[in-house]
Design a binder for this molecule. Structure first.
Ligand SMILES: [Zn+2]
Length: 308
């Protein structure tokens, strides 16, 4: 039942030792999902002990190189390892052409089916769902079409509400059916809908990945109440004009978004290589939103289970 985020790269366009370009692995119940794939991602996955052959779904925010230059390397390694499982890539239009060209000019022989699903960067949409996770896009405000991603854990293990058991006496078989999601009809013919008489054992957990973007309150309705928010903070707040000019955010802006969204916790990332010491960025953000951490390479952040 673990829900974790493993940071593989925390820097912006120029990587440096210990601070790679953007990539993260979201893991739920041992199933990994890759988010962005900057240069060096496969090495970072090996360092972090990620079982990268288990990755079947990759989400790419936009087509600036620091977010996808590692993809062809990863695909090439999968081929050399003889991967056969299909790989699904969700990305803005254009990535398929880039990867197809790299595959054909390097005579790479694909050993597995590779599927691309284009993302509409202008509106939020559900792009992926499996038995445990739902992923939606979050439109970002950047120089080129860019989408953030919202990961929401699906509800599971429903418990029967006490109030219902105080007035009705279902049999063991009926209790099993209710827990499996069925409605209940009593001997008098009254029907209770399942959501009315049950609730999930645990609250659904959520994670929002928001990069690259200028300050944009347009995303607030989508990320309201998120347990963990990753928001880019390329610059310190004294560089706000530069941040605006380049459609990036500052520490304080990231913290303001976390505060206005009532996020549980904030992770800062996508740091400009100009900053050797990141502590001042952390302190600046914490002055606005105390529950903030630096999303440094190799860090793993856990979203704990929350009972009702
Ligand atoms: Zn970037």
């Amino acid at each position: 039942m673990k829900f974790t985020i493993t940071i593989l790269g925390c820097n912006s366009a120029i990587p440096k030792p210990g601070r790679n370009s953007s990539a993260q692995v979201v893991t739920l119940n041992s199933k990994p999902y890759l988010v962005d794939c900057g240069e060096g991602t496969q090495i970072q996955m090996r360092k972090s002990g990620i079982r990268f052959q288990k990755i079947d779904h990759i989400f790419i925010s936009h087509l600036h190189g620091d977010h996808f230059f590692g993809l062809i390397g990863l695909i090439s390694t999968y081929c050399l390892l003889g991967r056969t499982n299909p790989l699904h890539v969700y990305a803005p239009d254009g990535l398929r052409e880039i990867i197809d060209l790299q595959i054909s000019t390097t005579s790479t022989e694909l050993t597995f089916p590779l599927y691309f699903s284009p993302i509409d960067p202008d509106r939020p949409e559900k792009i992926f769902s499996d038995d445990q996770m739902l992923v939606s896009t979050i439109p970002m405000l950047h120089r080129i079409p860019t989408s953030g991603f919202l990961f929401v854990e699906k509800e599971r293990d429903r418990n029967i509400r006490k109030e219902f058991l105080n007035i009705e006496s279902p049999s063991f078989a009926e209790i099993r059916n209710i827990k499996a999601g069925m409605d209940y009809t009593n001997s008098a013919g009254k029907t209770y809908s399942n959501p009315e008489i049950t609730r999930p054992q645990y609250r659904s957990r959520s994670y929002a990945y928001c990069t690259d973007t200028a300050y944009s309150e347009r995303i607030l309705p989508q990320i309201r109440g998120v347990d963990l928010l990753y928001h880019e903070s390329t610059f310190m707040h004294d560089k706000q004009p530069k941040a605006e000019e380049r459609f990036h955010s500052t520490t304080v802006q990231a913290a303001m978004i976390a505060s206005k969204a009532q996020a549980g916790r904030l992770l800062l990332g996508h740091f400009s290589p100009r900053y050797e010491d990141l502590q001042p960025l952390l302190e600046e953000a914490r002055s606005v939103f105390p529950d903030t951490d630096l999303a440094l390479d190799g860090c793993v952040f856990d979203i704990p289970l929350k009972r009702w």
